[in-house]
Design a protein around this ligand. Sequence first.
Ligand code: MIC
Ligand code: SF4
Length: 681
Amino acid sequence: MEWQNLSLAVICVRLPALILRGTILGQPLVYKILGSHLVEGEIAAGEQIGIRIDQTLTQDATGTTAFLLYESMGAATVKTDLSVSYIDHNMAGFGPENHNDHLYLQTIAARSGVYHSRAGNGICHQVHLERFGKPGATLLGSDSHTPTGGGIGMLAIGAGGMDVAVAMAGGPFYLKCPKVLGVKLTGELNDWVAAKDVILKLLSILTTKGNVGWVVEYFGDGAERLSVPQRATITNMGAELGVTTSIFASDEQTRQFLAAQRRQQDYQQLTADSDADYDRVIEIDLPGLEPMAACPSSPDNVKTVRDIAGMGAGQVVVGSCTNSSFADLMMVAGVLKGRRINNMIEFAIAPGSREVLNMLAENRALADMISAGARILESGCGPCIGQGFSPADDVVTLRTFNRNFAGRTGTKGDRAFLVSPETAVASALTGRITDPRDVPELFGLQYPKVEMPGECYVDDSMIEQPLSEEEAAKVEILRGPTIVVPESPSPLPQGLTGRVLLKCGDKITTDHIMPAGTFLKLRSNVPEYAKVVFNCFSEEGRPTFAERALALKERAIGGIIVAGESYGQGSSREHAALCPMYLGVRVVIAKSIERIHKANLINFCIVPIEFADPTDYDRIEPGDELQIDGLLDAVRSSKTVKVAKADGSLEFVGKLELSERERDILLSAGLLNRTRRTAFK
Ligand code: MIC
Ligand code: SF4
C-alpha cells in the first residue's frame, strides 16, 4: 500500500501487534465475520481461506452469464440463505436483447429458488441494502460495488459471475485473508460536506492502485454519527481503492435503518473489539474535510472543489449506487425547491430505488425537482454505465457516481468529475463548478439537513419471491435467440508459443478491456461482444484486437497481453476475461493485477503472470513472439515461470502467485470444468 502519499491531515500509525489475531481479544470486525464463516484455512493475513456465503446478488449485465454457467454446472435450487437477481443495468431496450435477458433471468430465478427484483425496482446495491442486507452475514455479488453492504455491517464482497454461481450452488468463496486498515473517523461533518467527500479524501491518500489484499474497517465517534446511507456511500466507493471490501459496525444507526425498513429482526449489534489490532490506522478528522471532486479520468485524481470552482459545466447527473438514497435526494430537492437550474445545464436525477422514488413522490420532493428543471430517470444504473446521457463534446459533466474512467460516459474524450450530491446540485444552479458551502451566500439558503425517516415506504411487490421446489420445477426457462451459452476454455498446453497482441500501460480498467455503453446489451452473446475487446485502442484502417487475436488462434498461436500496474481495475465483469479467452488469449503478463480480475482470468483459464523484475516490461514490444516452454509444469507447482523471446534476445522470470486451488482451476481448464469434476472443493 502506498503509505508515502499520506497528507499531513492524516495521522498514520502502526499499532503494536501485541496479541495474535484469532486467538485472544483484539479482533477487527471483519475477522469476526470471516471467523464465523470459515470453512477452510485460518484467519491470518495472507492465508488462503474459504468462507461460507449466506447471500448472493447478481445483476443483469453479469447475471445472464452467471446463470448460464450455473445451469452448466448442473445446479438446481440455490443453497444460500437467499440469492437475489436484479435487473438494473440494461434497461433501455434498444433492440430485443435487454428484454430477452430479463425474461431469461426472471424464469431462471423462478426455477432456481432465487428472488427476482424486476426492472424499475432499483439498483441492486441500494435495494439490497434496503430489503435484504443483514449485519454479520456474508454477501457475494457479481458486481464490484457489492461492498455497499458493508454500510450495514455485513461482509460484502464483489466477484466474477462464475464465483457467484459456485456460491449459489453451495460452494465456499476463496480469498486471501486480508490485512485490515482501520480508518478512524473523528468529529462531525460540517454542513455541505458529505460522506462522498470522506471516501474521495481516502482515495486521494491511498489511490486506486496498490491496495489489493486489504479490507477497510471504519470506526471512531465520527463513524458512529454517520447514517447507514452515508456509510454505504463510503463502503460503495471503497471498490475504487481496489480493496476486498469495506465495513462499518452494526450499531444504533443500523438498528434504526432496519427498523424503518420493517426489518428490525435482522438487526444484531456488531463491533470490533475495543483494542482491535489493525495492520494500519489512518485518522480522518471529519470537521477538517471540505468538498472534493475526482477529476478526469480516474477516481483518485482528487482535488478540492475550491481548487476547480468556476469551471463551466454543461451537465449534472445525480444518481448511481453511490449517491441515490432518500437522504441524498431529499437534500437535493431541498436545495432545488423554488429555484430553477441554470439554463446551460442538462440536469438528471436517477433515484436509487423504487422505494426512494415513491417516497419522493409521496412527500412532493419529486415535484420540487421537476419544477426546478430536473429530468427524472428511472431507478437504475442508467448514465453511470453509459446507458444514455452522454455529455456533449468537450462539455464538463458532474456526476455523483463512483467511476469516471475515460469514455465511460459514452463520449470519447469526456470530462467527467465525481462529486457529492451537494456539489452537484449547487453547480446545477450556477452552471459552473461550485463549492456548495457558497450556497448560503449565493442563494440565501441554509443547509437542508435531512432526518432519516422513521418509517420507509416498503413495497416488495416488484420483487418476485422464490417458489416451492415443486412449482419451480414447472417453470419454463425462456431463452431468446440473443442468449448464447459461453464456450468453455480449452486445456492449457504444456508449452506456449504466443504473440504479444497488445502492450498497455498502468491502470488499465475493465472498461478499457470490455466497453459497456452501447455494447452492454451484448453481454449474453460472447462471440458478438468479443468483437469489441480493447476497442478503445483500435486505429482506423488497422485490424482490431479481436481480428488479430482470432487470426492467431486459427494458427494455434496463443494471444498474450502485456500490461503495467494494476491491470483489470474497476468492475467485476468477467467478460474482460471470458471474451479474451474466446479470442484465444492464454496469458496476461503485467506488473500487477487487481483481485477480482485476476480471479476471473484464472476462472477462464488465462494464466496471470507478474513480472518479477518490472523493468522487463520495457523490453517487450507488441508483436513479439514469446515462448513459455514449461507453462503447464510451472502452473502445477512453481512460483515462477521462464518467458523467452522466440528470437533469443530476451529471457525473463515471471511470478506465478497462485493458491493450490487456483493452480488446480488452471490445470482443470477453468472453474466450470473443475466444478463439474470436484463439486465445490
Ligand atoms: C460497473 O459499475 O462498472 C458495473 C457495470 O456495475 C460492473 C459490473 C458489470 O460490468 O456488469 C461492476 O462494477 O462490477
Ligand atoms: Fe450500476 Fe454504476 Fe453502481 Fe455499477 S457503479 S452498479 S453501473 S450504478
